[in-house]
Design a protein. Structure first.
Length: 201
């Protein structure tokens, strides 16, 4: 219990040194508070460094390496710091991975929706058909539809999606679509323009 409280204290105190962490956790779909995640990183880093320190210390004793015996705490500190920084970088790594997956499927998913809208299918139903077959994009469409079903307007659901997603291409596409809905302009024309520009990139 004491150790847990200590890690939480360290997490709270170190939060300001990682200003991007909160957003990275959201875009990586890691449902964690920054302080709690940092506390976990401290915990994991300690669990990683202690065995390394002990192994170096015991090995140096067995072979008579006096210098290595003295330096074993230094190796322990280095492994702790490296482990901590590695664990704190995981949300950013996952965010970049999600970005690549989103941008890979984005033009195909938008093209699918565009074809259906042109055939007279409402946007909501067109998005429903794209909730499978497009990986990360399908998952995001599911969340958008879930937000709408939960009582949010379509514009609000798109805005929430923009906030939680890391891809600039995706965010730009959703902003243009949102503005089209707000202004009452032809959605299919906007979506065609957006899709074409993404494909050309």
């Amino acid at each position: 219990m004491i150790a847990k409280n200590l890690f939480l204290f360290l997490g709270e105190k170190s939060h300001n040194f990682f200003p991007k962490l909160e957003r990275q956790l959201k875009t990586a779909r890691m449902d964690r508070e920054p302080e709690d995640y940092l506390a976990e990183c401290f915990n994991k880093a300690l669990k990683l460094s202690l065995p390394i320190t002990a192994a170096i210390y015991l090995t140096s004793l067995s072979i008579g390496g006096y210098i290595f015996t003295l330096l074993s705490p230094v190796f322990g500190i280095i492994s702790f710091v490296m482990g901590f920084l590695t664990f704190t970088s995981i949300p950013n790594i996952r965010t970049k991975r999600r970005t690549r997956k989103l941008e890979k499927e984005l033009p195909y998913a938008l093209r699918d929706i565009l074809i259906q809208i042109r055939s007279g299918i409402p946007l909501y139903e067109a998005m429903q058909s794209a909730t499978t077959g497009y990986g990360e994009m399908s998952e995001e469409f599911q969340r958008i539809l879930s937000d709408i079903d939960g009582g949010n307007s379509m514009v609000k659901a798109f805005e929430l999606s923009i906030v939680r997603n890391p891809s600039e291409r995706y965010r730009r596409a959703m902003w243009q679509l949102t503005n089209s809905i707000k202004s009452g302009t032809d959605i299919s024309s906007t979506m065609e323009s957006v899709t074409d520009s993404i494909i050309k990139e």
